[in-house]
Design a protein around this ligand. Structure first.
Ligand SMILES: [Zn+2]
Length: 177
């Protein structure tokens, strides 16, 4: 889907990069028609800073328009989750706590996230893990065989942060929230 740029793990880096190296966001080809005639098409604003006060909000996200099909697309840095309000880093913490055996209730309390949200994220990861593991192993054979879902994700997260894994899956056309 090319939605995620493989860079900029913090909002500060993102805000600096859209000014100093805007070309690093350019998708190269249109995610809709595959042509390469995309031009910069301004920004849309979204909330992404969950720190107290949220002083970095609203965060601009670069948009592009395709000269061939006239459709637009946008590119997100690694620090912003396309469809979730919480960032990948917090989701990774939640999964890590569950993998070491913490209950969903405790995990929610420790991470400061609503228990229903934790349950939804966890259900999503379990449902999608087979497809995600297949795609990630194709790219990273060193992930090799693992005994179960938890073992796979422990190996994966030792190799790269969740945001990076999701960026690869997004690039492979898998549905990433
Ligand atoms: Zn196009």
């Amino acid at each position: 889907m090319l939605r995620i740029v493989h860079a900029f793990v913090s909002l500060e880096q993102h805000l600096r990069a859209i000014v100093t190296t805007p070309q690093s966001y350019h998708p190269g080809r249109c995610p809709h028609c595959g042509r390469t005639c995309l031009w910069a098409h301004g920004f849309y604003e979204r909330k992404a800073d969950r720190s107290e006060g949220g002083t970095l909000n609203s965060v601009p996200v670069p948009r592009y328009c395709c000269a061939a099909c006239r459709r637009t697309c946008s590119r997100l840095p690694l620090c912003i989750c396309p469809l979730r309000w919480y960032g990948w880093a917090l989701q990774q913490l939640v999964f890590a706590l569950i993998f070491v055996g913490m209950s969903l209730r405790c995990t929610a309390a420790v991470a400061g996230v609503d228990r229903r949200t934790v349950r939804r994220w966890w259900g999503w990861l379990l449902r999608r893990s087979d497809d995600f593991a297949f795609a990630l192993r194709s790219r990273f054979p060193e992930l090799g065989r693992t005994a179960d879902t938890a073992a796979f994700w422990c190996a994966c997260l030792a190799l790269m942060p969740l945001c990076q894994a999701m960026a690869w899956l997004d690039l492979d056309g898998l549905d990433v929230p």
